[in-house]
Structure formats: structure tokens, C-alpha cells
Ligand binder design. Structure first.
Ligand code: PEP
Ligand code: MN
Length: 358
């Protein structure tokens, strides 16, 4: 339930409510609005509501509002306003569309730097690149691990682009969080609950991908795990779901975008690369996502997709990515939005491309 404080509630009255929430074994989540404080008293199912009489007559309390959804902190009821937070100076979840782009996997320093510079020039706001790769086959390229994290950190220094990279196991969270700006939790790990707890505890922004066969409600419940640790910086990502259709790798659930936006206050982005699996369809579906209300995109880009160590078939060449960005800008403007303003603090040092990781 939500405990809505009066506009003139005193700080000590807020503290008394928080203490009482703790004393009945519920979690207290404070939300400081422009006019008043709202406190979420969160427990399982309808349990919290049993205690409403304990709070209604406390000094400073205006009213109690139940949260009807099973996910509480992720729900629009908890926060009618959109969650907006900065990614290295670029706001995500606000009016501006944020574009994250880069290779599926970090293959070498040279490859990552070259792609990062190209996507930055085209207007990307953040760099993606996998260091730990969840591959269907154990014989496929598994990622360069910590070496790749070092490459990403160095490329961030050079380009100024914040880094999004996947973390696959709870014990990897401290290491990945040390290098990355955003922790990606992949589709295959959306319900890895120990990983969700660890990502929540890390307090780093988390890009949470929808599971291959997960419902929208399951995605929001997964987000709730992260939020329940007080980590409010969660980005929801639709990346296509498994259906009977085989013409594309997955089926883009465009519906999920307006549905998530209405059920939750969290930023919602689309991954048109994994949702289609073919570079030919990526731009069309990216346009559709922005038209449908997505707050951003995560797109795979590679200079030489034929040689890519993972997901070459769905990777855009930099020139095509630049066209995508231009089209996204036009669509954003047509619906009263725009691309997010890129931050300008990048250090433009050119590093010789001959220094390779391998
Ligand atoms: C990826 O981003 O490269 C990836 C593996 O994505 P997903 O978890 O959506 O399959
Ligand atoms: Mn990929």
C-alpha cells in the first residue's frame, strides 16, 4: 500500500511512519514528490493492506492507497510519474530517446574502439558490448571476460560513451559493476533470482531484458526484485519472444511497449536486433518501437558482420546504423519527442588501431 503524507507533514512524522512499517515486518520505500512524501509499505500480496488501520490515524498521514498489482515498486500506482535518470549526463526515461549501440561481443580492442567511434559519430548515447556471452552452444565464442571489460572501460575513456554490458552470474556482479555503467541482465537470466538480488544490491543501473518466454507481468516481477533492494534505476527491454513464427529469430512484441509504459513508470526500450535476428528488419522495427512510445533502443552494430564472432546476421553496418538514427530522430520529432541530447564531455583522443587485444 501507499501511505500518502500530508503536504505539511513534518520529517519526524515521516520517520514515525517508516519505523512503524519496519515494526510490522514490511519494507518502507520513500518517494519524495514535488508536493508531498509518499511511502510505499511493501509486503507480499495483500498482506500490507491488513495493517492500514495502524497508519491511517498517525500524525502527518493523509490517506492510504492500495497497490493492486503483484509488482508494487515497479507499478504506475507506486509512481504515476515516469522514472527518469541520467546515464552519464544523458537522461533515460524522459522526453529524449536514448540509443545504445555497439557489437554483440567485444572481440578485440581494435574492433570495439572502431565501432564505438562510428556509433558515437552517428549519434549513439551509450556503447553496448558483451564480455560474458550466454550462448546456446558451449562450443560458440563465450566472450573475452575481464579482458573485454578492460577494453570497454578504455573505450569509454576515449569516446566518453557510457558502457552497457551483460552480467551472467551473481558472483560476477562486483567485477562487472566495477567496469560498467549499466549492468545488462539477459533474456536467459531474467528469472535468475539470485542474480536479480545481486544486481539490486549493486545499486548500478540495470538493463533488464524480457525472458524468451516471459510474460509482461513476469518481467515486471523480475524488475521488482531489483527495485526491492532500493535500486530504482531499472530499464525494461523488450527483445522479442519465442512464438511459432520462424521467419524471424524472435517475434517483436510491439504491444509490450505501450503495455509496459501504462503498467510501469520505468523506462522501456526495444532491442530490434535480437527481436528480429536479421539486419534487414532492424531499422523498420526500431522505427515502430519509437512510434509505439519506447524511450530508447539497443542496437547491434559491426563493421564486418560476416566475420563477427556472434550475431553477425542481425548486426547493422555503421552506415546503416547512421541511417537508423536519422529515421528515429524524424519519428521522435513527429510524436513530440527528440533524440536525447548527447553529452559533450568526451575526450576525443585517437588511439592507434594497431594495438589489438588478441
Ligand atoms: C545480447 O544482448 O547480446 C543478448 C545475448 O541478448 P538477449 O539476452 O536478449 O538474448
Ligand atoms: Mn547479441
Amino acid at each position: 500500500m501507499l501511505i500518502i503524507m500530508k503536504t505539511d507533514a513534518k520529517p519526524e512524522e515521516v520517520d514515525q511512519v517508516i519505523d512503524r512499517i519496519a515494526s510490522v515486518g514490511l519494507g518502507a520505500h520513500l518517494s519524495q514528490g514535488e508536493e508531498r512524501v509518499v511511502i510505499g509499505a511493501i509486503g507480499e500480496g495483500k498482506v500490507a493492506l491488513q495493517y492500514q488501520d495502524l497508519f491511517i490515524r498517525m500524525p502527518g498521514v493523509d490517506r492510504i492507497v492500495p497497490i493492486s498489482r503483484p509488482y508494487k515498486l515497479a507499478s504506475r500506482e507506486f509512481s504515476p510519474q515516469d522514472t527518469v535518470f541520467p546515464l552519464d549526463g544523458v537522461s533515460i526515461g524522459g522526453q529524449g530517446i536514448v540509443i545504445i549501440a555497439g557489437p554483440c561481443s567485444v572481440e578485440s580492442r581494435n574492433q570495439t574502439l572502431e565501432i564505438a567511434q562510428a556509433v558515437k559519430e552517428a549519434g549513439a548515447h551509450a556503447l553496448r558490448g558483451g564480455a560474458y556471452k550466454p550462448r546456446t552452444s558451449p562450443y560458440s565464442f563465450q566472450g573475452l571476460g575481464e579482458v573485454a571489460l578492460e577494453v570497454l572501460a578504455e573505450v569509454r575513456e576515449i569516446t566518453g560513451l557510457p558502457v552497457v554490458t551483460e552480467v551472467m552470474a551473481p558472483e560476477q556482479v562486483p567485477l562487472v559493476a566495477h567496469y560498467a555503467d549499466v549492468l545488462q541482465i539477459g533474456a536467459r537470466n531474467m528469472q535468475n533470482f539470485t542474480l536479480l538480488h545481486a544486481a539490486g544490491e549493486s545499486q548500478k543501473p540495470v538493463l533488464l531484458k524480457r525472458g524468451i518466454s516471459a510474460t509482461i507481468e513476469e518481467l515486471l516481477m523480475a524488475a521488482e526484485y531489483i527495485l526491492s533492494h532500493g535500486n530504482r534505476r531499472v530499464i525494461l527491454c523488450e527483445r522479442g519472444i519465442r512464438t511459432f513464427e520462424t521467419s524471424t529469430r524472435n517475434t517483436t512484441d510491439i504491444n509490450a511497449i505501450p503495455v509496459l509504459k501504462s503498467l510501469s513508470h520505468l523506462p522501456v526500450i526495444l532491442d530490434p536486433s535480437h527481436s528480429t535476428g536479421h539486419w534487414q528488419y532492424v531499422t523498420a522495427i526500431a522505427r515502430a518501437a519509437i512510434a509505439a512510445g519506447a524511450d530508447g533502443l539497443i542496437v547491434e552494430v559491426h563493421h564486418n558482420p560476416e566475420q563477427a564472432l556472434s550475431d553477425g546476421a542481425q548486426s547493422l553496418k555503421p552506415e546503416r546504423f547512421a541511417e537508423l538514427v536519422a529515421q528515429i530522430k524524424a519519428i521522435a520529432q513527429a510524436i513530440g519527442r527528440d533524440l536525447a541530447t548527447p553529452q559533450t564531455s568526451a575526450t576525443q583522443i585517437q588511439i592507434p588501431l594497431s594495438q589489438r587485444v588478441e
